[in-house]
Write a protein that binds this ligand. Structure first.
Ligand code: ADP
Ligand code: MG
Length: 347
């Protein structure tokens, strides 16, 4: 069995760190230090090209065990490409991808055992009921006959599909189909889940059901990489988020880090009475103001010096006889943070 050595190999530092360390002369081997568990998912400079199109451009990702990573990006950004590579279904052009410390291209069986990949389409079998469908996959995953019923019942329970156990798979609504697709992925109980737009095309109620299910999986300790083109769908329960556009990861971090980065820039909301054009011009002309964004009647003013009190804004406006409705610190919501991060407003 080569497993322990493969894990030890994965736990050694990457070459750059190793090269930088001072080279020590051979000393008596110290007692082996406990090997830290490998991260759930690591990609380094992962790249996929289709001819001249760069579908994925030097992606660096790291997910620890238990992370729930929201992978946000518009259509064509490279989300599905990333997931297929991680699931071992697509070969990258260059770069590496590791699952629990093992290179995905060289450890297909290991990756398949540890990853549950839910694609963005459903491969149904017309004549099978929900129960038969899951039982079929349980047998394909090598779960023995005695265990199969229990396993299928468990995933039906978890995904709240028990009441549909005898329905034909092709009679289900889109929301139920998505839950069935997730149920199938959960049959072998993999520690890592790659879920490709599980909430896409769902009505609001079905969307909430999927969200609740993902929260439950999070509570069960799964590591989850879940994609969406809608930030608000994921922001609520992910602990890490990344935004990808045209193959490039443009923003990535824990929610706390991202919020802190955005908060470092003070934003003040200014509402004036009547047309805000004069106020906009006055504030843009103030050297202490970094930028002004206008959103309807509200002006969002970013201060150059975040420690400065915002009362000078009042003076600037009053000096021009502009009537003020309110001036108050603006509470950035996660969506605002992302908008600012992706527009390069927050460095
Ligand atoms: P997303 O899942 O974020 O919508 P994808 O990963 O599916 O994006 O696609 C990324 C880019 O790669 C898109 O421009 C898409 O058209 C392109 N692409 C994906 N698969 C192929 C393929 N088999 N051949 C050529 N181009 C592809
Ligand atoms: Mg996709």
């Amino acid at each position: 069995m080569s497993e322990p050595s493969a894990i030890a190999e994965a736990a050694t530092p990457p070459p750059t760190e190793r090269d930088a360390a001072p080279s020590a002369s051979p000393a008596p081997a110290p007692a082996p230090a406990p090997i830290p568990p490998p991260p759930a998912i690591v990609t380094r400079a992962l790249t996929k090209r289709y001819g001249s199109l760069v579908a994925l451009d030097t992606l660096d990702l790291a997910l620890e065990k238990g992370d729930v990573f929201g992978f946000i990006g518009p259509n064509g950004a490279g989300k599905s490409t990333t997931m297929k590579i991680l699931a071992g279904l697509l070969e990258p052009t260059s770069g590496t991808a590791e699952v629990l410390g093992r290179d995905v291209m060289r450890n297909g069986d290991f990756v398949r055992r540890n990853i549950g990949y839910m694609p963005d389409f459903f491969n149904g079998y017309e004549d099978l009921t929900v129960f038969e469908y899951l039982e079929f996959f349980a047998s394909a995953y090598g779960i023995d006959r005695k265990q199969r019923k229990r396993v299928v019942n468990d995933v039906l329970e978890l995904t709240d599909l028990n009441y549909k156990r005898d329905a034909l798979t092709n009679s289900l609504s889109r929301g139920m189909t998505q839950r069935l697709s997730l149920a199938r992925v959960l049959v072998p109980d993999p520690p890592i889940l790659l879920l490709d737009e599980p909430a896409s095309g769902l009505d609001p109620r079905a969307r909430i059901e999927i969200r609740e299910l993902l929260k439950e999986l999070q509570r069960l300790g799964k590591t989850i990489l879940v994609s969406s083109h809608i930030l608000s769908e994921l922001g609520e329960f992910c602990n890490k988020l990344g935004i990808i556009e045209r193959g490039k990861l443009i923003v990535c971090g824990t929610i706390d880090e991202l919020m802190a980065r955005a908060r470092a820039h003070r934003v003040i909301s200014v509402q004036v009475v009547g047309d805000p054009a004069a106020a906009l011009a006055a504030l843009e002309g103030d050297a202490r103001v970094e930028r002004v964004e206008s959103s309807g009647p509200e002006l969002l003013v970013t201060l150059r010096d975040p420690t400065l009190h915002h009362s000078f804004l009042l003076e600037t406006l009053l000096a021009r006889q502009i009537k003020i409705h309110s001036v108050a610190p603006h509470q950035l919501k996660l969506e605002d943070v992302f908008l600012r991060l992706t527009k390069g407003i927050v460095q």
